[in-house]
Design a binder for this molecule. Sequence first.
Ligand code: ZN
Length: 163
Amino acid sequence: MILPITKEPNPLLHQVSKNLTAEEINSKETKEFLTNLVETMYAKDGVGIASVQVGNPIQLCVIAKDFTPDKKTDLVLINPTFTKASVLREWAEEGCLSVPNIYGSVRRYKKIKVSALNVKGEKIEFVATEFFARIIQHEIDHLNGILFIEKAKKLHTFEKEKI
Ligand code: ZN
């Protein structure tokens, strides 16, 4: 089921999402919600999505498989956090399903160490770099109530007629 996207200025997008307990991670409700969240991400052409973007403020986000290193499975991160693995940062353009037709350049860490739980509730840790690292930082910002437009410079609207 495709879920409606929560859009700015909905206050949900500016609050910290709630951590999931082991019981909640393993619940039927969470599994059904995750199926719908992934379906919505693909229906809306998102490369990643956070639960709060469909009105559910829980610490769960997904990165589309094409944008993960293995390109085989959508990456589900529950209660995720990251630390920088390098001081290097870089500016690049971002957009967001919750802020339609607005784009801007955001400075993000190029290499991060991510700690999270997977769909089974098991602890996972890995290093992410480049665009993969950027998507994860964007999604974790969502889980902390932060939108990219709060960090971006040179916000602009997309001009469809330009090639
Ligand atoms: Zn977003």
